[in-house]
Design a protein. Structure first.
Length: 165
C-alpha cells in the first residue's frame, strides 16, 4: 500500500505542477493581442496552399511579424531525401533574412492537420534571433503564445559559444 500511496502522491504532484505551469503559461508576457495572434496565424494559414509536401502530406505555413509590423511568410518544402526538406519556419526566416530583416517580434506556425509547434531544429533557428520572440500556434484547440526561451530554454547562442556578436 505504501508504494501505491507514494505513486499517487507523485502523480498528484505532477498534475499540480502541470496545472501551475499552464496558469503561468497564460500569464507570460506576450507581445501580441489575441486579435494580432489570430491575424498572424491566418497569414500562416493563407500560404498553406503553396506548401510542397508530396511525401508527408502535412502542409505547414509560417508567418513572421517583423519589427516594422510587416509580415513575411514561408511554407514547408519537402524532398525525396528527407533531411534535405525544410520546415516552414526556416523558409520564412530565410525569406526575411534575404530581405535584410532580422527584427522578429513573433512567428506563427499553422497546419490544417491539427496541433503543431516548431520542431527542435526550428526552435534553435528561431532562438538565434532572440530569446523573446513570441511563438504563436494552436495546441489542443487553443491559440498559444510562448517566448522561444520557454520552448527551448537551453539553446546554443553566441554567449554559450563564447562569442560576442
Amino acid at each position: 500500500m505504501q508504494i501505491y500511496e507514494d505513486y499517487s502522491a507523485i502523480i498528484k504532484a505532477v498534475f499540480l505542477w502541470a496545472d501551475n505551469n499552464k496558469v503561468q503559461e497564460h500569464n507570460l508576457m506576450s507581445t501580441l493581442s489575441s486579435t494580432d495572434a489570430q491575424a498572424l496565424l491566418s497569414a500562416a494559414e493563407q500560404v498553406i496552399q503553396n506548401a510542397y509536401e508530396p511525401y508527408s502530406h502535412y502542409p505547414v505555413g509560417a508567418a513572421i511579424l517583423l519589427g516594422d509590423n510587416s509580415v513575411v511568410t514561408g511554407v514547408n518544402v519537402e524532398n525525396a531525401a528527407y533531411p534535405s526538406g525544410i520546415c516552414a519556419e526556416r523558409v520564412a526566416i530565410g525569406n526575411a533574412v534575404s530581405q535584410g530583416k532580422k527584427d522578429f517580434k513573433a512567428i506563427a506556425v499553422y497546419s490544417p492537420k491539427g496541433d503543431i509547434s516548431p520542431c527542435g531544429m526550428c526552435r534553435q533557428t528561431i532562438s538565434e534571433f532572440g530569446p523573446d520572440i513570441t511563438l504563436v500556434f494552436k495546441w489542443q484547440g487553443e491559440i498559444r503564445q510562448l517566448p522561444i526561451s520557454e520552448l527551448l530554454p537551453f539553446s546554443f547562442s553566441n554567449e554559450t559559444m563564447g562569442k560576442d556578436n
